[in-house]
Design a protein around this ligand. Structure first.
Ligand code: ADP
Length: 528
């Protein structure tokens, strides 16, 4: 017993892992203390999943050693890791959707009595686990996994690891698929597990989550462990600096200009979605010059359809859309671009860029009919090349090579390029759909600052995001969309994240909603 208090649950020493020329982990040391939560924090591509996949026996390290509970181990497979008590909950759950919860939990570990599977014994063990951690998993043991929401599936994964005897649990970006309420619930579960003596590794790229739940935080950058800090003795600012390698500013940037005339007016918009359900239900909104209107919502509540209606990608059933006073409801996508609506698409892989094209050719997309890049049917490639080079320079696109293919760039650099290209049209309105999804925090900061600058220059910007911190940081007003309607419009400085989360889930906030001078998202309050 005394030994286990001083012996770490896991010790990784000098772990190096190479994939060809890429050094995914560079001589990384990492120590997980018994009964603690340790966050492994870093940007996309910093080496977190690789390091944990080595601990879980999925990859062999090139160099370095692994000890669990003070015993040096060589894991050739996850089965070896499980036997030593190490479990991993992957980002994409490893459950069989058509099988029941019970079948999934015991798969490969069925308790057998005289050659027959003894369900009863398994149920008993699962009930014990559930009552210990106040899990609800035992209440739907006979339900098929495909019928459960993602939060419940994740709890099944955790129970499955515990059932197999894990006392070290690795959770790989577990909050990525959850609503804010489910994230809170997961945090409670993690705290209960720690209380019970389990040791947890929490992989994340979100500073606030690491600070909320972890006892210690190790930051990885470019495959190297930059440092390990006690949560109580660090700040968001310090951690961001460790992650990015330079100072990062977080504060909401104060507005310097005031808003101007309406640039986008949507009136009574109704749209049907893919399954012929009404996805946008009588939406009114007014966006003014020099304003950012945020649209918050859990994905699938009509935000994508609304954006497609405004940008001309999807037809509208009823209602009107006016751009700088002109009715554009009947205009196609191309004419809307020419008239001044720029669009940062949700899916940059398929809509924003052609991955096999060079940045120069990608710079032409959407500009094929616009001077100076085109004169009638004739393209001016010199102008297009200059434009690509300008975007690369102004938007700090790495590597700074306009002839590189789009697909060779990281997500953050692809997105900076798209923002630069779309703004090049000198639009009146920018519609930005999840502008920083899957983007590293250095690029997130760059894009946010650019959006704020563009607002100051008088652009009207509509930002759709499911990231609450993003919506709150950028928006002057936030409209919350639920089942095709704006259920509330709130002031980002007055609303709590919790209340926003509740609104996004279609519930009334627990507290009094913040007082609004302007309850409708129509800016001027001229309509009822
Ligand atoms: P993180 O989990 O922090 O996002 P990863 O561990 O997934 O980072 O990746 C670290 C680096 O290793 C990245 O440059 C990634 O492209 C590379 N990498 C990861 N897995 C593989 C693989 N199976 N083959 C080649 N390169 C890989």
């Amino acid at each position: 017993m005394t030994a286990s208090q001083t012996t770490p649950a896991v010790r990784l020493e000098g772990i190096t892992k190479r994939f060809g020329d890429v050094v995914a982990n560079d001589s990384v040391d990492f120590t997980l203390e018994q009964g603690s939560i340790h966050a492994l924090l870093g940007e996309n591509g910093s080496g977190k999943t690789t390091l944990m996949s080595i601990l879980y026996g999925l990859y062999d390290q090139n160099e370095g050693s692994i000890s669990v509970d003070g015993h040096e181990q060589t894991f050739d497979s996850p089965r070896d890791a499980m036997e030593a008590g190490v479990g991993m909950i992957h980002q994409h759950f490893q459950l069989v959707p058509s099988m029941t919860v019970l079948q999934n939990v015991i798969l490969g570990h069925e308790p057998v009595d005289n050659g027959l599977i003894n369900d009863g014994a398994a149920r008993g063990r699962i009930e014990d686990i559930c009552s210990r951690y106040e899990f609800d998993v035992d209440q739907y043991l006979d339900t098929r996994v495909e019928e459960l929401d993602l939060g419940a599936q994740q709890r099944v994964e955790i129970v499955k690891s515990l059932y197999r005897g894990a006392d070290v649990l690795i959770l790989d970006e577990p909050t990525a698929v959850l609503t804010p309420q489910e994230v809170e619930r997961l945090m409670d579960v993690m705290a209960d597990l720690r209380e019970d003596g389990q040791s947890l590794i929490f992989i994340s790229h979100k500073l606030d989550e690491a600070l909320e739940i972890a006892d210690q935080i190790t930051v990885l950058r470019d495959g190297e462990a930059i440092g390990t800090v006690d949560t109580a003795e660090t700040t968001e600012q310090d951690l961001a600096q460790m992650m990015v390698g330079r100072e990062v500013l977080f504060d909401r940037l104060e507005r310097e200009s005031s808003t101007g005339d309406p640039v986008l007016e949507v009136d009574g918009l109704c749209m049907r979605g893919d399954r012929d359900r009404r996805q946008v239900d009588d939406i009114d909104l007014t966006l003014r010059s020099g304003e950012i209107l945020g649209i918050a919502g859990v994905q699938g509540n009509g935000q994508s359809e609304l954006v497609e209606g405004i940008t001309g990608l999807r037809s509208v059933e009823e209602g009107t859309i006016r751009l700088a006073g002109d009715d554009i409801t009947g205009m196609n996508r191309r004419r809307r671009i020419e008239n001044g609506i720029a669009y940062i698409p949700e899916d940059r892989q398929s809509e924003g860029l052609v991955q096999d094209y060079s940045l120069v050719r990608n710079a032409l997309l959407g500009n094929q009919t616009i001077a100076p890049y085109a004169n009638g049917q004739i393209l001016d490639w010199d102008e297009v090349s200059d434009h690509a080079a300008e975007i690369v320079e102004e938007y700090d696109v790495q590597p700074p090579n306009p002839d590189a293919t789009a697909g060779s760039l990281s997500g953050g650099n692809q997105q900076k390029f798209i923002v630069g290209r779309e703004i090049g049209h000198d639009p009146d309105v920018l519609v930005a759909s999840h502008p920083t999804r899957g983007v590293d925090i250095g690029s997130v900061e760059f894009i946010h600052n650019r959006l704020i600058e563009l607002r100051e220059e008088g652009l009207g910007i509509l930002v759709v995001s499911s990231k609450l911190e993003e919506i709150r940081k950028l928006s002057d007003r936030i409209a919350v969309m639920y089942e095709g309607e704006f259920i509330d419009v709130v002031d980002p400085d007055a609303v709590t994240e919790e209340d926003l989360g509740l609104l996004m889930a279609g519930h009334e906030p627990t507290n009094e909603p913040p007082q609004q001078s302007d309850p409708q998202p129509d800016g001027g309050g001229s309509r009822d």
